[in-house]
Design a binder for this molecule. Structure first.
Ligand code: XUL
Ligand code: CO
Length: 453
């Protein structure tokens, strides 16, 4: 394989392969921390981090917002003579970008890759055409599909929902789309398939049968799971939690809510969660909280890496740069055993006024460096063992004797209560006055973060 791959025309001229130059480099187009082949705890950085580029934000967004029109001019669209040609050029630009940046994965929505047609059959044909081109490019470059998904939120027909739409005929349209997108995922060897329920929720409960809509969502997911498994899909299905936006309330509110839903409908074997940092924030949680919760519930799967703005109540989808946060995230991910089918997908977009071709590279370089630095710090935290030892010690009273019997479910409430006044019980006045040492622990993490090199 060439150093990087240019399909036909070069869409990012003047920018070559992005290389690791180390923390002292002042080259904005070089990695400072992400050194793909560097070994970290028995695996290379690239194996740990499994970076993916999001097709929709990187090659589809035009910079428009509710107050202004497009600012991003995409050469792969402006040089196209037919609407389909714009999609063909876009995939060339995308694979040029993936290989220059040096990521191993990408993710797409069906409608990013190929345009919607006048009928489900035409849409399916458009998608199959583009899937064939994607397959050729994957083969030529070694870049793989981390996951695909279906855009069930943009078309006006989905304004009242897709799988949860009160009109059955719309649910059928959504099924046609998902079936074709699962076929595309299988054809491209995708390692995952994501459901993000952008419009699976409500704007007002006054017109909504919540119980029925949730049951419809479960039915739909069961059908999709059964179809995928029957057609040879061996990857992971994911639900991506988000509490709101675009609807007022979304059924996949957060990790805990999704876990309960999966268990209620027997979906927990085939589905895991794809956790997005900005969605965690909208749910009122830390990203770290969502990751630890998923790990504890055994449903951690993949990550949409980005950041929100704590002073904005919407999904700003900025690139991640906070190394304290990425350290805690990587710590949770490493402790959960690392990624298997999942990875770190940059569901993030450059700002509206970031109009230089280099901006898209710099954005990803910063995000990759932030996670690489986080990985290094997290690995040191694990190797040093101080943090884990502190937490273990904090629960030591459950490791043996009565505490252990309690934990293992071998004690009644009467027995437990009797221990409160048994001989040898600790003095009640001073009991429980043990410092949580939060400030010490926060400082300890800071030392690892600042010690990264
Ligand atoms: C929307 C979002 C989506 C999903 C895929 O907030 O995160 O882009 O990641 O549909
Ligand atoms: Co996302």
């Amino acid at each position: 394989m060439a150093e990087y791959f240019v399909g036909h025309k070069e869409y990012f001229p003047g920018i070559g392969k992005i290389r690791y130059e180390g923390p002292k480099s002042d080259n904005p187009l070089a990695f400072k921390y992400y050194d793909p082949d560097r070994m970290v705890g028995g695996k290379t950085m690239r194996e740990h981090l499994r970076f993916a580029v999001a097709y929709w934000h990187s090659f589809g967004e035009d910079g428009s917002d509710p107050f202004g029109s497009a600012t991003h001019v995409h050469p792969w669209e402006s040089d196209a003579e037919t609407p389909m040609e714009a999609y063909e050029h876009k995939i060339d630009a995308a694979f040029e970008f993936f290989t220059k940046l040096g990521v191993d994965f990408y993710c797409f929505h069906d409608r990013d890759l190929a345009p919607e047609g006048a009928s489900p059959a035409q849409s399916e044909k458009n998608l199959a055409h583009m899937v064939a081109l994607a397959k050729e490019r994957q083969k030529a470059t070694g870049v793989r599909l981390l996951w695909a998904t279906s855009n069930l939120f943009k078309h006006p027909r989905y304004m009242n929902g897709a799988a949860t739409n009160p009109e059955f005929a719309v649910v059928a349209q959504a099924a046609a789309q998902v079936k074709a997108a699962i076929d595309a995922t299988i054809e491209l060897g995708g390692q995952g398939y994501v459901f993000w329920g952008g419009r699976e929720g409500y704007m007002t409960l006054l017109n909504t049968d919540l119980k029925r809509e949730k049951a419809h969502l479960a039915r739909f997911l069961i059908m999709a799971r059964d179809y995928g498994r029957a057609h040879g899909f061996k990857g992971m299905f994911y639900i991506e939690p988000k509490p709101m936006e675009p609807t007022k309330h979304q059924y996949d509110f957060d990790v805990e809510t999704v876990a309960g839903f999966l268990r209620a409908y027997g979906l927990e074997k085939d589905f895991r969660v794809n956790i997005e940092a900005n969605h965690a924030e909208l749910a009122g949680h830390d990203f770290h909280h969502e990751l630890e919760t998923a790990a504890a519930l055994g449903i951690f799967g993949s990550v949409d890496a980005n950041r929100g703005d704590p002073r904005n109540g919407w999904d700003t989808d900025q690139f991640p740069i906070n190394v304290y946060d990425t350290t805690l995230a990587m710590l949770a991910i490493l402790r959960a055993g690392g990624f298997t089918t999942g990875g770190l997908n940059f569901d993030a977009k450059i700002r509206r006024n970031s109009v230089d071709p280099a901006d898209l590279f710099e954005a990803h370089i910063g995000g990759m460096d932030a996670f690489a630095a986080g990985l290094l710090a997290a690995q040191r935290i694990i190797e040093d063992g101080k943090l884990a030892a502190f937490v273990r010690q904090r629960y030591a009273s459950f490791d043996a004797g009565d505490g252990k019997r309690f934990e293992e479910g071998r004690m009644s409430l009467e027995e437990l209560a009797a221990l409160a006044s048994a001989s040898g019980a600790p003095d009640v006045a001073s009991l429980g006055r043990t410092s949580g040492k939060q400030e010490y622990l926060e400082n300890l993490i800071m030392q690892y973060v600042l010690g990264v090199e």
